[in-house]
Design a protein around this ligand. Structure first.
Ligand code: NAD
Length: 296
């Protein structure tokens, strides 16, 4: 069997187009422009690339983009003051603080200072609790993108066995929660899980979010399983480097029923979902109906 390739790049483009339509309607019918503020502290090169890409796509979707680049030695008080200002700014509907923050800043404190209604990353403790109790919340972008791809491919996920590998607050845990809310039977695996391949082999759906290059191999999979590869790992390739996922694509594609490639799978969905969350936050802030298909 050769797996269907789940093309995240193409799917993300359809989500971004849907967001752009929603933005155009908000502008023309209500005179409202959704706005996303991105706060970047320090000069981490990967973060700089993400922020540039987020700004570009925000503008392409017709949204207003506000960027705050702060020195690496910015004090916590100064950062919190900026967040308070953004919380109070009616032109800003979404606030994203790019992680990781420099060591002297307390990420939990900073994230929890964001107005939960503007927390488009879905990391605020109130949004985490709301997701966990099945209430309307802002949902973390990467797991939301994975959920959208899974629903698009399978339709209903009810009753499916899922192995989520990784228990981070950013990917693994919210992914498991979303799938549980969709009536899946979810096993969360992590670095202390005993006999991981055996657990993975039971699953109809495998979500790998570990950060270990090509760890999941084809012989771990139940034939026909769907594999969502969240991992982004840079490995040496001759005198260059290349990106690979947490799955060994060559062996997994022969066993899986469907698989996301790296790059071009989950990655593009993450930014598309950030734009979707910003549009959703703007609609909620203005008591307007939310566009369909952009929230869980
Ligand atoms: P993390 O380091 O916070 O968490 C990794 C998790 O993997 C941990 O819970 C750990 O218990 C588990 N783990 C580690 N070694 C393991 C092992 N041998 N067996 C089983 N579990 C193991 O990472 P994260 O932030 O969740 O990110 C995971 C991966 O996803 C990374 O490669 C990251 O770059 C990527 N990522 C991609 C996107 C995207 O947009 N595509 C977004 C976020 C993260």
């Amino acid at each position: 069997m050769t797996a269907t390739i789940l093309d995240g790049k193409a799917f993300a483009a359809t989500i971004r187009a849907k967001v752009a339509d929603g933005v155009a309607t908000l502008k023309s019918e209500h005179g409202i422009t959704p706005g996303l503020a991105v706060v970047l502290v320090g000069d981490d090169p990967a973060s700089q690339v993400y922020v540039r890409s987020k700004n570009k796509m925000t503008a392409e979707a017709g949204m207003a983009s506000f960027e705050h680049r702060l020195d690496a030695d910015t004090s916590e008080d100064a950062l919190l003051a900026i967040i308070r200002k953004l919380n109070d700014d009616p032109q800003v509907h979404g606030i994203l603080v790019q992680l990781p923050l420099p060591d002297h800043l307390d990420s939990d404190l900073v994230i929890n200072a964001i107005d939960p209604a503007k927390d488009v990353d879905g990391f605020h403790i109130s949004n985490v609790g709301r997701l966990g109790t099945g209430q309307k919340s802002m949902v973390p972008c990467t797991p939301l993108g994975c959920l959208m791809m899974l629903r698009d491919h399978h339709g209903s996920l009810s009753g499916m066995e899922v192995a989520v590998i990784g228990r981070s607050n950013i990917v693994g845990k919210p992914m498991a929660q979303l799938l549980l809310n969709d009536s899946c039977t979810v096993t969360i695996c992590h670095s202390k899980t005993r006999y991981l391949p055996g657990v993975v082999r039971r699953a109809d759906i495998v979500v790998a979010a570990v950060g270990r290059a090509e760890m999941v191999t084809g012989d771990w999979l139940k034939p026909g399983a769907t594999l969502i590869d969240v991992g982004i790992n840079r490995i040496p390739d001759g005198d260059k480097t290349r990106l690979v996922g947490d799955a060994d694509f060559a062996s997994c594609v022969e066993v899986a029923g469907a698989i996301t490639p790296v790059p071009g799978g989950v990655g593009p969905m993450t930014i598309a979902c950030l734009l979707a969350n910003t549009l959703t936050a703007c609609c909620r802030a203005n008591n307007l109906p939310e566009p369909e298909g952009l929230t869980p």
